[in-house]
Design a protein around this ligand. Structure first.
Ligand SMILES: [Zn+2]
Length: 276
């Protein structure tokens, strides 16, 4: 289960509450040789400067979490293809992890379940970090107050691309949306996954924006999607209205059988009757 923008924000808020102002005492990397080889985890020695530094803030944008440190270093975390970031009060019974931070009185462990990122990066080269540059960017973030219909729609109209590319692709008009939120959003907006955004009616443009903002609100309120585990190990409540969980089920609106297709680099579930 991927960690999307909403879940990254929940983790960042919880981390900031627990560790802001505290000093990093030590770190440890385990089971990470393969992840280091493909560039997902920085080499052990790269993290050395973080020891003794103070945590200034923990923020997120898109799927990326940024821990800002007092000595011009940063820890960039992106468990975007799945992973856990967990808080512990003692060293006893720690789960298997790739990266561990010992911070005054608490411990953070990070484990990745797929491709993701655990990097230590100095301020002056932060812009060379792929996830940071992609997500801490000019692209709209549905979790921010400047995410307005006018701004979103202007960008959507400019691009004229397939709706999946527009929401979850490399050239998407928003950050933080992956395949899971994508399926949920277009079901709510009653839009077929194969549509091009250039063909949308004014009503569909409005419905799409509303679907995104409602999803963000409901999923944040519920503490994240189900299968997501927060910083305290608590599983959460939000059940997607559409997604792999609906396979072999019927649409809750029209009772048609939910379709599943391979499309644009992933599986997409949708209702052929409701989504035009
Ligand atoms: Zn339906």
């Amino acid at each position: 289960m991927s960690v999307e923008g909403i879940e990254a924000r929940i983790l960042a808020r919880q981390m900031e509450k627990e560790v802001k102002g505290k000093t990093i005492i030590a770190y440890e990397i385990q089971n990470s040789e393969q992840l280091q080889r493909i560039g997902c985890v920085s080499e052990k020695s790269v993290f050395e400067p973080i020891v003794g530094s103070k945590i200034l803030s923990v923020t997120s944008r898109g799927n990326t979490i940024l821990i800002k440190l007092s000595n011009c270093w940063n820890i960039v975390l992106g468990p975007e293809y799945g992973g856990n970031i967990l808080l512990h009060k003692s060293q006893a019974k720690l789960p298997k992890f790739h990266f561990k931070l010992d911070i005054q009185n608490v411990i953070l462990t990070v484990s990745l379940k797929g491709i993701g990122c655990i990097h230590a990066v100095e301020d002056k080269v932060l812009k060379t970090n792929y996830l940071y540059t992609r997500d801490f960017s000019q692209i709209l973030d549905p979790l921010e107050v400047d995410f307005t219909f006018e701004r979103f729609n202007e960008r959507l109209r400019d691009k004229k691309q397939n709706i999946k590319a527009a929401l979850a692709g490399k050239n998407a008009v928003v950050v933080g949306v992956s395949n899971s939120a994508f399926q949920d959003i277009i079901y709510r907006a009653k839009i077929n996954p194969k549509r091009n955004t250039g063909t949308f009616t004014a009503e569909e443009e409005r419905a799409l924006f509303k679907a995104i903002t409602q999803l963000v609100e409901e999923r944040l309120e519920a503490g994240g999607k189900n299968q997501f585990v927060d910083l305290y190990g608590k599983p959460n409540l939000y059940i997607p209205k559409m997604g792999p969980n609906k396979k072999d089920q019927t649409c809750s609106t029209c009772k048609s059988k939910i379709e599943k297709i391979n499309y644009s680099g992933g599986q997409v579930c949708f209702c052929q009757t409701c989504q035009k």
